[in-house]
Design a protein around this ligand. Structure first.
Ligand code: SF4
Length: 165
């Protein structure tokens, strides 16, 4: 399939969100303490974006019954990798076109200057930078001190989030 969709209580910037895992990571050397080793390999066969859309939209309708604001987080693997970026752009644009107040978040090992401008139009926030185990911070987003949360709409870095609250 090359993807999976899960419910998360915190990955919507400390709030509940749907997590869309797009498998396969393009980081040349895996992060120390990679927490998704089973998703590192780029899948040989993947579901197309329309199949993911169908499942995701059904999940969003269910999510909507319990939450006022739709939050969707794209994680990996690496959602901005060459083999995933078309899916990321298509799905995030689709969500925004239907749920205009939704919040879309991308988790990526890449720093801002390596994120393709293709994603800028439909993404609200990026949690950016590689995860470094030695720089880990407990109960905080981002979870290592070298990472940032970037607001793509306002072009600014936003404060770290305490996940204890
Ligand atoms: S970006 Fe994610 S999947 Fe890739 S090596 Fe780092 S933690 Fe693992």
């Amino acid at each position: 399939m090359g993807y999976s969709i899960q419910y998360s209580t915190k990955s919507g910037l400390g709030k509940p969100s749907l997590e869309v895992y797009l498998y396969g990571c393009d980081k040349p050397i895996p992060c120390s303490g990679c927490h998704n080793r089973e998703l590192l390999d780029i899948p040989k066969v993947t579901s197309d974006k329309y199949a993911i859309e169908k499942e995701l939209m059904a999940e969003i309708e269910n999510f909507k019954k319990f939450h006022k604001q739709i939050r969707v987080s794209f994680v990996g693997g690496e959602p901005t990798a060459k083999h995933n970026i078309d899916k990321l752009c298509y799905l995030s644009n689709k969500i925004k076109s239907i749920y205009v107040d939704s919040i879309i978040i991308v988790y990526s090992w890449k720093r801002l200057d390596r994120i393709s401008h293709e994603v800028y139009g439909s993404i609200d926030y990026g949690v950016l930078g590689e995860y470094v185990k030695e720089l880990h911070v407990e109960n905080q987003l981002p979870s290592s001190t070298n990472q940032i949360i970037y607001d793509f709409k306002n072009h600014s870095i936003v404060d770290n989030i305490n996940l204890d609250k």
